[in-house]
Design a protein around this ligand. Structure first.
Ligand code: FAD
Length: 290
């Protein structure tokens, strides 16, 4: 199914997985995770694409599995930064042949020192979206509640978000955030400048204190002081930390739904337990409000 069509009918629950870097055993484990995710009746599952473009074959294979074996709507990511038009054509054709109808258009993180070379053909996600229009996918794109790390201002980032919509994006998925007020600000400002597409909040439970610094460095996401304090106090107790992380994510989700978010995209990082931990805590919410 097409994700814009689903979003026009209902609130969506979706998960994100990534192709494993290692061999067949890891790939089989991921396929088992995808089978396990079916229990939660997701509206779609997205599969990432390597920033270097090297594992594009895996992205296609996993999207194929999601779409045709698990029989869940697949959303395949494509990063334009490392790709040539021939690469994109190859992946787009392979996805279409397998019946995948949805693509998330991304640029990818530019490797330091190789910026110009990296983005030679598709400098931005909007260029990739424009290029993919003839393939008739439903296109989506990324957006950033706290602004993209490279952008000089939130306003400039919003203008660029609008370019993605004008290039063909029909929905957006956000970068992870731990303070919902950034999501509400993004949605308000996006609507103010005329962006009309649904904006799906991306949620990733923070259950490992070691990830605090990584999240800040990679995504620029702020961890609110209250949450940070809880993490720091209990950082040496992994079981308690897990409870805190899952319950905080549940709090975020319920608040988002209560304030009208069009769905929730869970970054499960190939971990079935993450989906189980969240979905089991909000079973009635999913049943009655999605
Ligand atoms: P762009 O939209 O090109 O934006 C990058 C920067 O350029 C921003 O500062 C933006 O404001 C600016 N910009 C955008 N358009 C224009 C324009 N037309 N003119 C001038 N400036 C512009 N990475 C992967 O490698 N693989 C993945 O599968 C993947 N999936 C992701 C999924 C989600 C939901 C999110 C939020 C991120 C994902 N990423 C992934 C990370 C993403 O590739 C990085 O955040 C990357 O740095 C930016 O990608 P983008 O598509 O937002 O780029």
């Amino acid at each position: 199914m097409r994700i814009d069509g689903i979003l026009s009918q209902k609130r969506t629950l979706s998960f994100e997985v990534f192709p494993p870097k290692k061999g067949a055993e890891e790939q089989d484990k991921l396929l088992a995770v995808i089978d396990g995710l079916k229990e939660f009746s997701p509206d779609f599952i997205s599969v990432t694409y390597g920033a270097g473009g090297s594992n594009s074959k895996n992205t296609v294979e996993i999207a194929d599995y999601i779409q045709n074996t698990a029989r869940i709507t697949a959303l395949a990511h494509i990063t334009g930064g490392p790709s040539t038009p021939a690469d994109v054509d190859g992946v787009a054709r392979a996805l279409r042949e397998r019946g995948v109808e949805n693509v998330l258009c991304l640029r990818g993180d530019r490797p330091v020192g190789y910026e110009a070379e990296y983005c030679r053909y598709f400098p931005h996600a909007s260029d990739l979206a424009e290029y993919l229009v003839p393939y008739s996918f439903t296109l989506g794109a990324a957006c950033y509640p706290e602004g993209h790390t490279e952008c000089e201002s939130l306003y400039a980032d919003l203008v660029n978000m609008k370019k993605k919509e004008e290039a063909g994006a029909k929905f957006f998925i956000t970068q992870i955030f731990y303070d919902n007020s950034y999501y509400y600000r993004l949605v308000n400002e996006a609507r103010r400048i005329g962006i009309t597409s649904p904006i799906l909040p991306g949620i990733m439970p923070l259950v490992n204190p070691k990830n605090i610094r990584r999240i800040k460095e990679m995504c620029g996401s702020t961890i609110p002081l209250e949450f940070r304090n809880m993490i720091e106090i209990y950082s040496s107790r992994p079981a308690v930390m897990e409870e805190i992380g899952y319950n905080y994510a549940v709090y975020q989700i319920i608040d988002l739904i209560a304030k009208g978010a069009p769905g929730v995209h869970l970054y499960v990082m190939n971990n079935l337990r993450t989906a189980q931990a969240i979905c089991s805590r909000i079973g009635r919410v999913l049943h009655e409000l999605f």
